[in-house]
Design a protein around this ligand. Structure first.
Ligand SMILES: *Cc1c(COP(=O)(O)O)cnc(C)c1O
Length: 381
């Protein structure tokens, strides 16, 4: 029996964060879009060949920018998986969209691409996909449907940094580079963190200029700083979507260590798999389709029913282990259930009842991880 509490998440620090923050502070450039913001943009544009990136104060904000950019109007319909975080939907609801919730696949919580087309109406404007646990959605199929019906695709890539989709043509594309727009999160529960933080990726150059304006409170200040205009003013709607240099400095310390962070996380992920696969016939382990890679964002198991998950959580708690579940189906949420049509979304509800996330963070010791594995094995024996 371990007396040490094994938490669900612990933010990892590379050690360089303080140094870069001190540098940002002493340089007296504290607001956004300075040296560290640009280092971060360049990093992503070079490593993943994203054509344009803008750091934001959260993934939620990046999604709100996406909703403005694709010009969501009241009454427009947006197709979104019901098994996701509230921000995926809220960003579009804020602009007056009606959310049409889609079901998950049975093999994993991602949106079921085969069930999207029946949801499309003349009012449909966009499909928002969520790469749950950093595992790609079936993007070839989804992009094909979107092209056929002239819809935008927004990738909620909050969990999907450094993960890829392998297309039918065999080409490996980074998640976040496939839809028209994509949103990443650097919240402290994600692989790469800045406390609160996010990024919008713009893959369709039609949005480049306007994205910068919306990012800078509806002004053309970015163009002004580049010397492209001789004064800046109010040219569009917008908000304060860019983070301060202090946040960007923190993020830069993390990005410099991205490969090291990812390697350790993948090792932890593999150790969970190796430790639990022997009892895999009793519950389900994550399913990674052939078209997807694993970025080790999380490790989850799928229990057989809600009661089993509750007793497993309790049993782990007695071993001082904190395992958590999430999402409650958005189509059944107090806020939106009255606007949802009566369609049932059984796979979504199933994951909402049975998915359990295990402690997962860089500093998790092998010995602690073994305790988690043992506790699960004991429970199922
Ligand atoms: C974390 C997360 C968000 C929100 O990210 P923030 O940076 O906290 O706004 C949105 N969608 C998904 C799928 C997430 O996992």
């Amino acid at each position: 029996m371990n007396n040490q509490f094994i938490g669900f998440n612990k933010p990892y620090l590379t050690g360089k964060e303080y140094e870069y923050i001190a540098d940002a502070v002493s340089s007296k450039k504290l607001s956004g879009n300075g040296k560290y913001t640009q280092l971060c943009h360049k990093f992503f544009e070079e490593k993943y060949e994203f054509s344009k990136c803008l750091l934001t104060t959260s993934c939620t904000d990046a999604l709100e920018m996406a909703a403005i950019l694709i010009d969501i109007q009241p009454g427009d319909e947006v197709i979104i998986p019901s098994y996701t975080f509230v921000s995926t939907a809220n960003a579009f609801v804020l602009r007056g969209a009606r959310i049409v919730f889609a079901d998950s696949m049975s093999i994993n919580p991602n949106i079921d691409a085969d069930k999207i087309e029946v949801l499309i109406t003349p009012k449909t404007k966009a499909i928002v996909v969520v790469h749950y646990a950093g595992i790609a959605c079936d993007m070839d199929k989804i992009m094909e449907i979107a092209a056929k019906h002239n819809l935008f695709v927004v990738e909620d890539a909050a969990q999907a940094i450094d993960s890829f989709y392998i297309g039918k043509d065999g080409i490996k594309k980074p998640l976040g580079s496939i839809g028209h727009l994509a949103a990443f999160s650097f919240h402290e529960t994600k692989n790469i963190i800045s406390g609160e933080g996010g990024m919008l990726v713009i893959n369709d150059q039609r949005f480049d200029k306007r994205a910068e304006i919306i990012w800078e409170k509806g002004t053309n200040r970015s163009a002004f700083w580049r010397g492209e205009v001789d004064k800046y003013g109010w040219v569009d709607i917008g908000s304060s979507f860019l983070p301060s240099e202090i946040v960007a400095a923190f993020l830069w310390a993390q990005l410099e260590n991205l490969d090291g962070i990812q390697n350790r996380r993948k090792q932890i992920w593999q150790q969970y798999l190796d430790g639990l696969k022997l009892i895999n016939n009793i519950f389900q382990l994550p399913n990674i389709p052939n078209y997807a890679t694993n970025n080790a964002h999380m490790f989850y198991i799928v229990c057989n029913n809600l009661e089993e998950r509750q007793s497993l959580i309790q049993s782990l708690k007695l071993h001082n282990i904190h395992a958590v579940f999430h999402y409650l189906s958005l189509h059944q949420s107090p806020f939106y259930k009255h606007q949802h049509d009566n369609r049932e979304l059984p796979n979504c509800n199933l994951f909402a009842d049975t998915l359990l996330r295990l402690p997962f963070y860089y500093d998790l010791l092998d010995s602690e991880q073994q305790l988690v594995i043992n506790a699960i094995q004991n429970f199922y024996n």
